[in-house]
Write a protein that binds this ligand. Structure first.
Ligand SMILES: [Zn+2]
Length: 473
């Protein structure tokens, strides 16, 4: 969404306008990833219980051995020989899960805060969903300088019709040529996906999808208002963000409400709220089947709306740089007068939880995403992933399904199931050691003991220290 330099009020409006397009690709993503440690470097996690996020089974008394950035051996602790010089982590009574992914963040130029915050929260991978192109080189440099960082896949700038308030992470397109050129430009900057925005005219959307398909890029982002959800899924939009347009799409008043939304795009939220009242289960199930068939993933970002309208959470102060904290206090004061909008947003949040429950029951793939940016008050990189997990469970997902939304499902979405998403031999060594079983209580994902990022082990104390250093409070 549009995060920077806007009041909370306009933030809410922009969220209602969000949506992403992803086109099918069989190629593995070329993300920004930290250098792999030497193969002689080894981490051994001893006597831990592995949480199998595929089956939900617990595998007790396991020892996990890494070499370089890979998991090379997993076995009963009795059968394992510990390599010379290995970093050994005794972990009796603890639980091991794959590193978490946030599939919708905005790192922008806040990556120096974001990287340590993400790692301290067990987030070992992010999908950035719109940035100013010059930021990409800065992220790369930070990673190449060997600063600890999660894996990053990204979409570059958001493709959108020219806007009066041109924000730096937006890239205007006006014609077939400029649409195709824009896709190629994002590719040139290393983007694996393309993000589009709500106000895109239908013909430009088609050119973007077509060009992206040629370049083997996925298309995600907001659902353009002139395009039906069903049509977008068939055309190859691979991820929907923020449940954008889905209430209208599942209403038996879809035609009428779409017409109104096209005429008054700024009032999109009102039409979505209206649409919820005329939900058509049969129609919805047809759409959900289509999402399954075409691999249209949902990134509901439940936490985003809630953060915008919730009172300032003072406990977050230690994780937020001073100048942002001042902005947050101001934004919350401004926001408080928009009582009706707050109430509507909370209603939309409740409706969204119901929509997620329905989609989950229908087998639609759901991924955790937060829209994390310091541009939204209460939104702290990494921490918000755990809040999103809790909201997914509150919407009716089991703790296992919520965990899958942050591990296995993103791995599938990115066509990287061979190397990510579960704790298995030959996969990348991105793992989180927890004090308690996350399947008992999803809150336990936040009770972190240590993190292995690309084969390097960081204790929680060390990770928290790194956060303190950058936030500098
Ligand atoms: Zn966003």
């Amino acid at each position: 969404m549009h995060a920077h330099k806007r009041s909370s009020f306009s933030l809410v409006l922009s969220i209602t306008l969000v949506g992403a397009l992803f086109i099918h690709s069989n190629h593995s993503f070329a993300a920004i990833e930290s250098k792999q440690p030497d193969e002689s470097r080894s981490v051994v996690i001893r006597d831990i219980t592995i949480v199998n996020v595929k089956t939900g089974e617990l595998e007790p008394n396991q020892t996990v051995v890494t070499s370089g950035n890979q998991i090379v051996e997993i076995d009963d602790s009795n059968n394992i020989e510990i390599p010379d010089g290995a970093t050994v982590i005794p972990a009796t009574g603890k639980y091991l899960i794959p590193g978490l992914w946030d599939m919708h963040v905005h790192l922008m130029d806040d990556f120096k805060y974001a990287f340590p915050l993400l790692l301290a929260n067990g987030v070992t991978g992010v999908r950035d969903m719109a940035t100013e192109l010059k930021n990409i080189a800065d992220w790369k440099k930070e990673v190449e300088d060997n600063k600890p960082a999660p894996r990053i896949t990204y979409s570059g700038s958001t493709l959108i019709q020219p806007q009066p308030d041109a924000l730096p992470h937006l890239y205007p397109v006006t014609s077939e040529k400029s649409a195709r050129d824009a896709v190629r430009l994002m590719k040139k900057h290393g983007a694996e996906s393309i993000k589009v925005y709500s106000f895109l005219p239908r013909h430009l959307y088609k050119y973007i999808i077509d060009e992206a398909r040629k370049l083997n890029m996925k298309v995600g982002g907001h659902l353009p208002i002139p395009v039906r959800a069903e049509e977008a899924s068939r055309m190859g939009k691979r991820s929907f963000e923020h449940l954008d347009g889905l209430f209208i799409a599942t209403s038996h008043e879809e035609d009428k409400l779409l017409k109104l939304a096209n005429k008054n795009p700024d009032e999109h939220l009102n039409f979505e709220l209206e649409a919820f009242k005329t939900y058509d289960a049969q129609k919805a199930n047809k759409l959900f089947k289509l999402f399954k068939k075409y691999g249209t993933y949902q990134v509901p970002t439940l936490i985003t709306y809630l953060q915008v309208v919730s009172p300032l959470d003072k406990e977050l102060a230690p994780y937020v740089p001073e100048h942002y904290w001042a902005d947050w206090e101001k934004a919350k004061k401004e926001m408080s007068v928009y009582k009706e909008l707050i109430q509507k947003s909370l209603q939309n949040h409740e409706n969204s939880k119901k929509m997620i429950k329905r989609m989950n029951e229908a087998g639609v793939p759901i991924m955790t995403g937060t829209d994390a940016t310091f541009g939204i008050p209460n939104h702290v990189y990494g921490k918000s992933v755990h809040e999103e997990l809790r909201l997914l469970v509150a919407s009716g997902l089991t703790p296992l399904e919520a965990l899958q939304a942050a591990t296995l499902t993103p791995a599938k979405f990115m066509d990287r199931e061979q190397e990510l998403g579960t704790i298995e031999e030959d996969k990348l060594a991105d793992m989180v050691i927890l004090h308690d079983n996350p399947l008992d209580q999803i809150e336990n994902t936040e009770r972190i003991y240590g993190v292995v990022m690309n084969g390097t082990y960081y204790g929680k104390g060390e990770l928290d220290e790194a956060v303190k250093t950058v936030i500098n409070k």
